[in-house]
Design a protein. Structure first.
Length: 231
């Protein structure tokens, strides 16, 4: 995992707020390399082990609702670059146009099978291919849509010094994020709640992760994710 020289980072990263987190990661270059090796090895193993379960999930999605198996959406990863994230589709086709980009409690756009997939985070499984390609990491800040990244403070931009992750401390703490939003149905109000109330809290966890970065912490978060999914 290559960390560019600070002066070669995109201009939006070249500020004092980001520099203090950059310096922490700069001292952990070996750890970043180990992190990438772990990502490659684990993603290869998981692809082999999960290929059949993912095929079964694909059949269930096709059999229970109309539309494609995969949901693709533009998200933001390392150095503010965009990519199309892959997830198993858990909502009705056209859900993005029918409401907010984040879901609320009892969101009517979620399919029957989708609710179960979300509960156990099985909809995230296709992202293991992004880990192998380097667009994502197993542990890291969950990738946001460009609309929300535009709301980042200068300090929040530091979370984009590393690839986006499948899991993180923030995603564990906010695994029931839709319940925090409640039964709000107005898309603008949902966005306001997310940007003003939830996102800043998640970012505090994400920035804490960077300030305490270490391979052992990554391994701990992997096990914590598995534990939290089933409890």
């Amino acid at each position: 995992m290559i960390l560019l020289p600070f002066e070669k980072l995109p201009v939006e990263f070249q500020c004092d707020e980001v520099k203090k987190y950059y310096d922490i990661l700069d001292r952990e270059r070996f750890g970043l390399c180990v992190k990438r090796v772990i990502d490659i090895l684990l993603s290869l193993v998981m692809i082999v082990l999960l290929l059949l379960p993912m095929a079964v999930i694909a059949v269930i999605i096709k059999a229970t609702s109309k539309g494609p198996v995969l949901y693709k959406q533009v998200r933001v990863t390392k150095y503010n670059k965009t990519f199309k994230i892959w997830k198993f589709r858990t909502m009705a086709v056209g859900a993005d146009e029918a409401g907010a980009l984040v879901t609320s409690a009892n969101d009517s756009r979620i399919t029957g099978a989708g609710a179960t997939l979300r509960k156990f985070r099985l909809d995230e499984l296709p992202q293991i291919f992004h880990v192998l390609s380097g667009k994502m990491s197993i542990v890291g800040t969950r990738p946001e849509v460009p609309k929300y990244v535009e709301k980042y403070t200068p300090e929040m931009m530091a979370t984009l010094l590393m690839p986006a992750g499948i899991t993180s401390l923030a995603s564990i703490r906010f695994k029931d994020e839709d319940a925090l939003i409640g039964d709000v149905s107005d898309p603008e109000e949902v966005d306001r709640i997310y940007v003003e109330e939830i996102l800043p809290k998640k970012m505090r966890y994400n920035l804490r992760y960077i300030s305490r970065f270490g391979v052992r912490r990554d391994i701990y978060l992997m096990f914590s994710t598995v534990k939290n999914v089933f409890t």
